[in-house]
Design a protein around this ligand. Structure first.
Ligand SMILES: Cc1cc2nc3c(=O)[nH]c(=O)nc-3n(C[C@H](O)[C@H](O)[C@H](O)COP(=O)(O)OP(=O)(O)OC[C@H]3O[C@@H](n4cnc5c(N)ncnc54)[C@H](O)[C@@H]3O)c2cc1C
Length: 414
């Protein structure tokens, strides 16, 4: 049997792009096969009536170590949100912001009514170590977030009205059962970095990685089977290689028979075009009354390129399980922004049922990637469910392939 190439990488999301580019730079011939019509996987942007609508609202946090290391953040021209959130309660709203990065919001933060000294002290004690010694926190015992917060004595309004609704959107899950270590790592990244959106939409991130490829991705090529040997089957035939890396999401990797099924959380985002004049405080809005919306934001306030002149672009996101109709989402948006939404146009609704691998305790941050027989697997489900996890996974798997092709023997690390 003849190896047609050194490596086939299946899937051109962030992990596959990172993996393929790393291997190509090391002189290997790599074919990157992507089923979709473009690269990026879960990081894509649709242009609708002149608005940039990311396929599911997401944010790029420049504090992610892998983003710092592998991404030219300046070239993306991020429009930043403020380091804080607005919390809706009934007809009132309050602001909670980081006084170091948003000192102008200190008076609103102090007047928010959310600052119970005992809860702040407990929260600081719980989050503090992950800022100073993250490795120790990661090496420690994990437990469900709900239990961890109970044990830490955090059970006031900061937890109920801010932390839990905010984390539900980031985890694509009811936060109580999530890994408390992962939740703390997320809070660390939000405390250290101020997330934003690229001027050309989130698609600019994979586009930048794709520009590093020496051999471009082949789009519109679905791999229907992966066999030890190894080889991949597509509609146009079989490709043999020295190594095959499956860089799909967890569901597709399970479908190809490489890994056991891993549960994923879903998110639904509605993109509304509103007449200009929405609040431009660049704060994410969360629902302190714990309705179905996990976050909503005027994204064009942070990234003006997301909307044409005279319009504001508003995202409204729920867990998929909430099952909201378009009318109900519009009504929720009206309540949360305390505004009349009849003039708003629904541009598009994105139902991303497989948005994020669920991260339950105990957190397993480094799942095996070398399955033996020349087969490898990478993606956010091998590391952590995030842009950071996907980038790290792509690099980690590329290194495992290089080690294996350099001649070490064995049957993988699975
Ligand atoms: C709505 C939403 C919001 C998010 N918010 C954030 C956020 O704010 N911050 C953050 O850090 N992360 C966020 N994430 C998570 C982040 O986007 C993902 O963790 C990351 O993009 C996963 O990249 P990946 O390369 O592992 O997988 P994917 O992006 O899923 O890439 C897999 C690729 O494989 C291709 N593929 C699948 N099967 C085949 C096949 N058989 N043959 C060929 N190709 C195939 C797919 O088409 C896809 O392009 C969010 C995700 C979503 C969906």
């Amino acid at each position: 049997m003849v190896n047609e190439v050194d490596v086939v990488v299946v899937g051109a999301g962030l992990a596959g792009l990172m993996c393929a580019a790393t291997l190509q730079r090391r002189g290997l011939e790599v074919r990157l096969l992507e089923a979709g019509d473009t690269v990026g996987g879960r990081v894509r942007t649709e242009v609708v009536d002149g608005h940039l609508c990311d396929v599911g609202f997401q944010l790029l946090n420049p504090a992610y170590p892998a983003v710092k290391k592998f991404v030219d953040v300046d070239a993306l021209k991020l429009g930043a949100f403020q380091a804080g959130v607005r919390i809706r309660r009934g007809t009132e709203s309050a602001v909670l912001a980081d006084p170091r990065r948003a000192p102008q919001l200190l008076p609103s933060t102090l007047g928010s009514g959310l600052l119970d000294l005992r809860e702040i002290a407990a929260l600081t004690k719980w989050v503090g170590p992950v800022l100073v010694t993250p490795d120790r926190v990661m090496a420690g015992a994990d437990q469900p977030l709900g239990t961890a917060l109970d044990v830490a004595g955090i059970h006031g309004r900061l937890r109920r009205e801010v932390l839990e609704p905010f984390l539900a959107g980031v985890l694509a899950d009811e936060p109580g059962s999530a890994s408390s270590i992962f939740a703390r790592l997320l809070l660390r990244s939000f405390l250290l970095g101020t997330p934003g959106l690229p001027e050309d939409g989130m698609r600019a991130l994979p586009a930048q990685l794709a520009a590093h490829l020496l051999q471009p991705a082949e789009t519109g090529v679905r791999v229907v089977g992966v066999d030890p040997g190894p080889s991949v089957r597509t509609a146009s035939g079989t490709v043999h290689a020295r190594a095959v890396v499956v860089a799909t999401d967890a569901v597709d990797a399970a479908g190809l028979g490489l890994v056991p099924a891993h549960p994923m959380g879903g998110l639904t985002t509605w993109w509304f075009s509103a007449p200009a004049g929405m609040p431009h405080d660049r704060l994410l809005l969360v629902d302190g009354d714990r309705g179905p919306v996990v976050n909503t934001a005027v994204v064009s306030a942070a990234a003006p390129s997301y909307a044409p002149a005279g319009r504001d672009l508003v995202e409204v996101t729920t867990l998929s399980a909430a099952g909201l109709t378009d009318d109900a989402a519009r009504a929720e948006a009206g309540r949360l922004w305390q505004t009349d939404t009849r003039e708003w146009d629904l541009l598009v609704r994105h139902d991303v049922t497989h948005a994020l691998p669920l991260t339950r305790a105990p957190l397993d941050r480094r799942r095996p990637v070398d399955l033996g027989d020349g087969l490898f697997v990478c993606g956010d489900h091998r590391d952590t469910p995030s842009l950071q996890g996907a980038l790290v996974s792509g690099r980690r798997t590329a290194n495992a392939v290089l080690r294996r092709l350099a001649g070490s023997t064995g049957s993988g690390d699975a």
